[in-house]
Design a protein around this ligand. Sequence first.
Ligand SMILES: [Zn+2]
Length: 280
Amino acid sequence: MGMLCRSVDLMQEGRRRGYAVPAYDTFNYESTKMVFDAAEKAGTPVIVMYYNDGYIPIDTFAVMVKNLGARSSVPFSVHLDHSPDFETCMKAIRCGFTSVMLDASKLPFDENVRETRRVVEAAHAMGVDVEGELGIVGREEKVDRARFTQPEEARRFAEESGVDSLAVAIGNSHGVYIEEPRLETGLLARIAAEAGLPLVLHGTSMIPPDQLKEAVRRGITKTNIATEYLMYYRDQIAQALARDKPPKVVTALLDAAYEPVTDFIAEKMRLLNPDGLSIL
Ligand SMILES: [Zn+2]
């Protein structure tokens, strides 16, 4: 039976053994089920994330993920992605999330530390771990090196905020990349050495496999993924609709997409285990 875990425990074991834990934003029953089934196929723990856009109520999401996770055979955690504020983090914790991310990365350094610290103190009192972000990860725009995470600041941020994991900006970007992704893995290694924390890569969709494997070797222990599999999912449904005899009912459309999308997700997950370890 799948065991509900703390995200930081999953990440620390990954760091120690040399793999990263896949983290997927899911939004309904089917996407969540596919992510768990893909994790079983790839033989990896998985972090299932709530993207705070209100598509599905957060309490419904928590119940669904925990129920599907318990039916799976993989260790898993339930994580709040990109919380804008303290209150949303507390709401997620009340719903049973095992980790939360506060994204205060757009604030000046000291305010980012202060806001993150506030969430850390409350969350730790309830056994929940916290991801912070330092540097700015853009969305579908040109990568700006001036906004990359700086190693020395990462060390101070880790010490002063008390976070358990840190999202970094090293050439990654949310959504669809508008230029060829080029991660600065040298910078990443320096951040990892200074911060001494599990590091998180947002915008992992469309990173070339070689760069992704190198990023894992240099300190990335959680990879946030959404765009890529959601576009593939859309394409599979479009193909099912375009067939000579498209299915009559919507569930048959979802069923047609199920296996190819699950395989697509599992293939990506395997890249995060660059040495092909037997993890579970
Ligand atoms: Zn993100």
